[in-house]
Design a protein around this ligand. Structure first.
Ligand code: DC
Length: 217
C-alpha cells in the first residue's frame, strides 16, 4: 500500500510521515531530500544554475540511494548536509527542472515498488503515485507554519526572527505553487487535514485512523 503525504513547507509532513510509517511498519520516503541531494551535488560541482541541461545530466550520473530516513549520494551519507541553509537556497534549481523531476519520480517509483510506503513531498499524490490507495494533503496556516519553523531554528541556535522565517516561507510557497511541472496541488482524491493547533501526536493519530480505514477496505 502507498500512502502519500503532500503539503506546503512547514506543515509538518516529515515528522508526521516518519512517525506514521513507524506506527504502521511501512517504509518512509522523503522525496524533498532527493531534490536537495541533486542540488547539493550541483553545488559541489560548481554548476552554472543557468544551464538546466547540466543539472539534468548530473542527476542522471549520480547515484542516489534512500535507506529508511537516510539519503546517500554516491555512497556518502548526506542526510544532514542536504538540510543546510545554503542547500535549501538552491534546491529550487533541481525542483524546477522538468528533466530532473522525471528522473526523481522514476527513482521514487522504483523505491516504492512492491513496498508498503509512506511517501512525503509536493507531487506524490498527483504525479508520482496517482493510484496511491491513501492520499493526505497536510495544511496549516502561514503563521502557524512559520512559528513551528522558527522554534526549530531557535532550538538549533540560528538567530532568526519570525518576520524572516515568514518571508522565506512566502517565497517557497510561491515557488511550490508556480512550478510548471509537479506544482504543489492536492490530488482530487486526497483527504485534506488541517493541523493548526494540533500536536504531532494528534495529527499522526488522525492519519493513522484514515490509513487503517483505507487498509480495511
Ligand atoms: O520538503 P523539503 O523542504 O525537503 O523540499 C525541498 C524542496 O524540494 C522544496 O523546495 C520543494 C521541493 N520538492 C518538490 O518539488 N517535490 C517533491 N516531491 C518534494 C520536494
Amino acid at each position: 500500500m502507498i500512502i502519500t503525504i503532500d503539503g506546503p513547507a512547514g506543515a509538518g509532513k516529515s515528522s508526521v510521515a516518519k512517525l506514521l510509517a513507524r506506527r504502521l511498519g511501512f517504509r518512509f520516503l522523503d522525496t524533498g531530500a532527493m531534490y536537495r541531494a541533486v542540488a547539493l551535488s550541483g553545488m559541489r560541482e560548481g554548476l552554472d544554475w543557468d544551464r538546466p541541461g547540466d543539472l539534468a545530466e548530473l542527476a542522471g550520473r549520480i547515484e542516489l540511494r534512500v535507506e529508511g530516513e537516510r539519503i546517500f549520494l554516491d555512497g556518502e551519507d548526506v542526510s544532514a548536509a542536504v538540510r543546510a541553509t545554503e542547500v535549501t537556497a538552491v534546491t529550487r534549481y533541481a525542483a524546477d527542472n522538468p528533466a530532473v523531476r522525471a528522473q526523481l519520480v522514476a527513482l521514487q517509483r522504483r523505491a516504492a515498488a512492491g513496498q508498503n510506503i509512506v511517501s512525503e513531498g509536493r507531487d506524490q499524490g498527483t504525479v508520482a503515485f496517482p493510484d496511491a490507495e491513501c492520499k493526505i494533503f497536510l495544511t496549516a496556516g502561514p503563521e502557524e507554519r512559520a512559528r513551528r519553523r522558527l522554534n526549530e531554528l531557535l532550538a538549533k541556535n540560528e538567530p532568526v526572527t519570525l518576520e524572516q522565517v515568514l518571508a522565506a516561507q512566502n517565497r517557497r510557497d510561491r515557488e511550490d505553487a508556480g512550478r510548471r511541472v509537479g506544482p504543489l496541488l492536492p490530488a482530487t482524491d486526497a483527504v485534506e487535514v488541517p493541523t493548526d493547533g494540533l500536536s504531532l501526536e494528534e495529527v499522526v493519530a488522525k492519519l493513522e485512523a484514515i490509513a487503517r480505514e483505507k487498509m480495511r477496505n
